[in-house]
Ligand binder design. Structure first.
Ligand code: IDP
Length: 137
């Protein structure tokens, strides 16, 4: 069993897509082990995306992620990290496979509806960024 972090980004929450996105995870065998809605502070968004701080889009990314609430989830299942990435689709929605969340819902490479941890080690750190052990079922 693996755990991974998923975030429904502001563009997804603003468009009332929470239910449809959560259904995709459940239909594909992932279990929602923890879930909450939060409004990220600038400080939190900068810390969460610290790996991208030298990228030209960093400021835009932080502004986007803080403009309205997000839904954060700990997903659990066999091969959850890779499975979540598969369900999400490529970063750029134009390159995302048919049926993926980003192909269905994302508007641009920046406003791409969902975040998912990219590896097991990052997943551990990202889950711990948002959830205490006692909140994960
Ligand atoms: P990922 O979310 O698919 O793992 P990353 O390359 O880790 O993709 O980028 C993190 C996030 O930064 C993306 O999901 C997207 O929101 C944003 N981003 C990535 N590339 C660009 C870009 O070229 N312009 C604007 N935003 C970008």
């Amino acid at each position: 069993m693996e755990r991974t972090l998923s975030i429904i980004k502001p563009d997804g929450v603003e468009r009332n897509l929470i239910g449809q996105i959560v259904s995709k995870f459940e239909e594909n065998g992932l279990n929602i082990a923890a879930m909450k809605k939060v409004r990220l502070s600038k400080h939190q968004a900068e810390a969460f995306y610290a790996v991208h701080k030298e990228r030209p889009f960093f400021g835009e990314l932080v502004d986007f992620m803080t403009r309205s609430p997000v839904v954060v989830m700990c997903l659990k299942g066999e091969g959850a990290v890779a499975k979540n990435r598969e369900i999400m689709g490529a970063t750029n929605p134009e390159e995302a496979a048919d049926g993926t969340i980003r192909k269905l819902f994302a508007k641009s490479i920046g406003e791409n509806t969902v975040h998912g941890s990219d590896a097991l080690e990052t997943a551990k750190e990202e889950v711990a960024f948002f959830f205490a052990e006692s909140e994960i079922y």
